[in-house]
Design a binder for this molecule. Structure first.
Ligand SMILES: NC(=O)C1=CN([C@@H]2O[C@H](COP(=O)(O)OP(=O)(O)OC[C@H]3O[C@@H](n4cnc5c(N)ncnc54)[C@H](O)[C@@H]3O)[C@@H](O)[C@H]2O)C=CC1
Ligand code: BAL
Length: 504
């Protein structure tokens, strides 16, 4: 378990950072071909941290070409599985060695609280990449039951050049969710980090080269969605896109694919996730702690945030008192202060979006019962609205901020109906002391993950992804993630007596 340093020590590390900010292509940092840059700022202070290379279609061409050459000459996928495993494990050791530097960089670039970067994002990055690395020499292919006159092998082959288009809310962790299984499968990659949060991905690419990853296997093109994301989505030499971000942008990748080379597209998109508390829920204080974590962790900038609390009327007031007590403990402020649980929202534009929802709630029939303060264009305190109606914007739209909407229900069936009244279906939680109701609820809720008497996303062993408009085409995490990045091939060998005996 990582120990937190002091606020002063984090400030000292921050002052010494000199982040790399150019594209990383074919093992080298390079300015964008146009020479243009875009600033990346610290959302907590507004200060510019670095000038990022503003990549465009020409840089994408260069990176995809490097990735394609590296894939075709098999410099990575043909290495012995044990060797590939060791390279990825070396990377994990290097991340461990540089964990404080990476945590500070992540916090400054994204506004995330340093305590989460140190205690969650970095250890999880290591855990995820290590898990997939360990899989490399433990996964077997299959043979089909085709009888004595043939052998039919069903083998996985790496899909080829993978473009990973990443969000800004978990820059390191989403990078791990994509590079862990894709590199384990033997693919080469072009990563497009979110323009707001590219710095840790660039540092990881540098560390990966040091760890022994051959050049050209992991390339990074920085820049905007339109200038870099779209050319990647439309590129004829990209075999697959794996995307995490908004549903609206996810849909664009389906069009890009249809209009180019029918590349495989896997989307992990938005959510408006219900947290149901039935009247028989026990240990309400624990339930409240989970509800607060679900709604406010990572400033609510989380696709699986439990942003709709659907609570039975008979226990609502008791539960809300406890929720408010827990929410008081979630301090908001300087992300580099390890005492704070909420840092800054990602940027001024997103801050304005969340602040608008809070204003909308204040002007609606809902009741603001906690928080509501929006400070300095950066910080928003945990905010709770009671008396929200299931069809209100607060209950339907992904706010992606620390805003919890309470919806009151009178029965189990009503709770399930409200939970399913959404275009999204990423995750859900149910709190009840009855096993039968827990299972019925888990079966009835249309979501990729349902947790019972807790909040979470499962772990690396369980698939993560959404139903409805929360996802498409595959799952992150678990062995299913590995499958995303492979093609299945059938190799059929005739063994019948009258067959050509050239195999003898
Ligand atoms: N599911 C999730 O984890 C996330 C959901 N969101 C949601 O999306 C909302 C908007 O945030 P954005 O940063 O605008 O998300 P976004 O979905 O637009 O951005 C995600 C990635 O897609 C890229 N991108 C953007 N436009 C593109 C385009 N036209 N073609 C190709 N690539 C493109 C971005 O540069 C970024 O790397 C948030 O308020 C939140 O509701 C945002 C980030 C993560
Ligand atoms: N919570 C992991 C996925 C995401 O929020 O983007």
């Amino acid at each position: 378990m990582c120990e937190l340093l002091s606020h002063d020590e984090y400030n000292r590390i921050a002052a010494q950072l000199a982040p790399k900010s150019m594209c990383f292509i074919d093992g080298e940092f390079r300015p964008s071909l146009s020479g243009k840059t875009i600033p990346t700022t610290n959302p907590a202070t507004g200060q510019i941290i670095a000038q990022l290379a503003a990549g465009n279609a020409a840089d994408v061409d260069l990176a995809v070409s490097a990735a394609k050459i590296a894939f075709n000459d098999q410099r990575w996928c043909s290495l012995h599985p044990n060797e590939r495993k060791h390279v990825l494990i070396n990377l994990c050791h290097l991340v461990e060695t540089h964990k404080h530097e990476l945590a500070v960089l992540e916090s400054m670039d994204s506004g995330k609280p340093i305590r989460d970067c140190e205690l969650i994002d970095i250890p999880e990055f290591i855990h995820v990449v290590k898990w997939h690395a360990e899989l490399i020499d433990k996964i077997y292919d299959q043979s089909a039951p085709v009888g004595p006159n043939a052998v039919a092998m069903v083998v996985r082959e790496p899909i080829g050049v993978v473009a990973a288009v990443l969000p800004w809310n978990f820059p390191l962790l989403m990078l791990a969710w994509k590079i862990g299984p894709a590199l384990a499968a033997g693919c080469s990659m072009v990563i497009k980090p979110a323009a707001q949060t590219s710095l840790t991905a660039l540092r990881i690419a540098e560390l990966a080269l040091e760890a022994g990853l051959p050049r050209g296997i992991l390339n990074i093109v920085t820049g905007t969605g339109v200038e870099v994301g779209e050319p990647l989505g439309r590129h004829k030499d990209v075999d697959m896109v794996t995307f995490t971000g908004s549903t609206a942008t996810g849909k664009r990748f389906l069009s890009y694919s249809a209009e180019s080379n029918l590349k495989k597209v896997v989307l992990e998109c938005g959510g408006k996730n219900p947290c149901i508390v039935l009247e028989d829920a026990e240990h309400l204080d624990k339930v409240a702690a989970f509800a607060v974590q679900a709604a406010f962790w990572n400033m609510g900038e989380n696709c699986s945030a439990g942003s709709r609390l659907i609570v039975h009327k008979s226990i609502k007031s008791k539960l809300l008192e406890r929720i408010k007590a827990h929410a008081c403990e979630w301090k908001t402020g300087d992300p580099l202060n390890p005492a704070n649980h909420l840092g800054a929202l990602i940027d001024k534009c997103h801050f304005a979006k969340v602040a608008n929802y809070i204003q909308l709630g204040k002007e609606s029939n809902a009741s603001l019962i906690f928080g509501g303060e929006c400070i300095d264009g950066a910080f928003i305190h945990p905010t709770i609205f009671d008396d929200v109606m299931p069809d209100d914007a607060l209950a339907q739209e992904e706010i992606f901020g620390p805003v919890l909407s309470i919806i009151t229900v009178s029965s189990f069936d009503e709770a399930i109906a409200v939970a399913n009244n959404s275009d999204y279906g990423l995750s859900a939680s149910v709190f009840t002391s009855h096993a039968k109701r827990a299972i019925r609820a888990a079966q009835s809720i249309k979501a990729g993950t349902v947790t019972v008497n807790c909040f979470g996303e499962g772990d690396i062993t369980t698939p993560f992804g959404g139903y409805k408009q929360s996802g498409f085409g595959g799952r992150d995490n678990s062995i299913h993630a590995h499958d995303q990045f492979t093609e299945l091939k059938t190799i059929w060998i005739d063994l019948s007596d009258d067959s050509d005996d050239s195999l003898d």
